[in-house]
Design a protein around this ligand. Sequence first.
Ligand code: FAD
Length: 465
Amino acid sequence: MYNKVGSAVLEELRQIVGADNVIDDGEAFDSYAHDETVGLRADPEAVVRITSTEDVSAVLRLAQRERIPVTPRGGGYGLSGGAVPVHGGIVLAMEKMNRILEIDQKNLMVTVEPGVFTGDIHRAVEAEGLFYPPDPASQDSCTIGGNLAEGAGGPRAVKYGVTKDYVCGLEAVLPSGEVIQCGGKLVKNVTGYNLTQLLVGSEGTLAVITKIILRLLPQPKVQVDLLVPYDDFQAAADTVSDIISHRIVPSTIEFMEQDSILAVEKLLGRELPYRDAAAQLLIQLDGNRREAVDADFEVVGDLCLEHGARDVLVARDRPTRDRLWEARRLIIDALNHECPINHMEDVVVPRAEIPPLLKGIKAIAAREGVRIICFGHVGDGNVHVNVLKDDLSDERWEALVPALSEAIYALSLSLGGTITGEHGVGATRRGYLPMAMGEAQIEVMRRIRAAFDPNQILNPGKILP
Ligand SMILES: Cc1cc2nc3c(=O)[nH]c(=O)nc-3n(C[C@H](O)[C@H](O)[C@H](O)COP(=O)(O)OP(=O)(O)OC[C@H]3O[C@@H](n4cnc5c(N)ncnc54)[C@H](O)[C@@H]3O)c2cc1C
């Protein structure tokens, strides 16, 4: 179906982007052959480091003419294989398009190139008293282009929503090489179909995003973080829905079960607070008035204690808050360190269904005799479910992973949830899409894709079964 990258195409690529920006050497492919998805890799035939929209356009025209697959790549920190070139071809590396073009104080907007690390956007706007809320835990390694393509979330989604809620406009290059401008520095815009939001979450299958306009907020003046340990795993889960039903919306409610904390301890080589607690919640409250934040903090603290919390540790200043968050940010790295062969799911349910979800997952683990560690953004209903191979045989593991994925998806769907909240379908979940939606819906998606990319050169092998 696709052609290979031959020497003539390589030469044309060098003419478009300069010889320094074309990698055609097998050994150098290594870092572009995988993302952070455990156990998935595929070599590209060429890597092209892009520096401008015009380059993207010229490369796509060439790839279209030659029927060569093209896989856009941001930070390569995805967890569903989105940036892995499963059909070979060209990897379009966006890492050099990494400028923050403008922070517009009058319109509260920032315009960026797609290769900027998300954490750099946070720091740049915060230095001007502004706030870009979406905060994936990978923020210092993932790019804003990857965040748009995946529709990334993060802990602050409970109160502030996710990436899609901040994208007002973008520039993108279609697989034909044509450049489109969607939206703008506009708070309102109902002119035609909303292609801006169609491209958000399209996982690099419809167009390559080359410029992004994001809405900003004023930075909240007051923040309080609470670390709350529980002796009973289920009591921590029950607290979450109780907080929300009391009509208090913290900016984050993160959940970490004991094994995830112990894994971080092993990675860091030192003990962490409340290491013997069965689970911990990490709750952040923010606002502009200290009295209002403190009033919510009192209610939340009391609710936690009513549900059997052992303690409520409070952090008001930045260094203490950073210490409380250290373990949470390191969990994925720590689990990979603890057991390099593991499998992560990313289910999401209506937030009131968190208690039955966690209970059901524990029942699946007990039934199958495997170690499953849960952590994540329970305040917005999103749980990361990590299955560890430990000393299971390779044969048992190979058979177990698909069966477990199916059981976890079935559980989430039965609770009104779905199969991925923020990590995307990518290469790893596409076979399960029919569990989550009907054939008519999948067929509409196929037709949308065909309208953008009739020859399917852009990121084939992703999303659609
Ligand atoms: C330790 C760790 C913590 C994480 N925490 C979170 C979290 O809290 N929340 C969350 O949502 N995710 C999280 N993730 C997952 C991941 O970081 C996000 O999915 C992130 O958005 C990926 O961005 P990236 O730049 O690394 O994209 P990549 O992995 O490079 O690519 C992801 C997808 O985007 C496409 N793409 C990249 N750039 C473009 C572009 N310019 N135009 C079109 N398509 C493009 C690629 O083709 C691919 O399909 C975490 C991952 C790790 C390893």
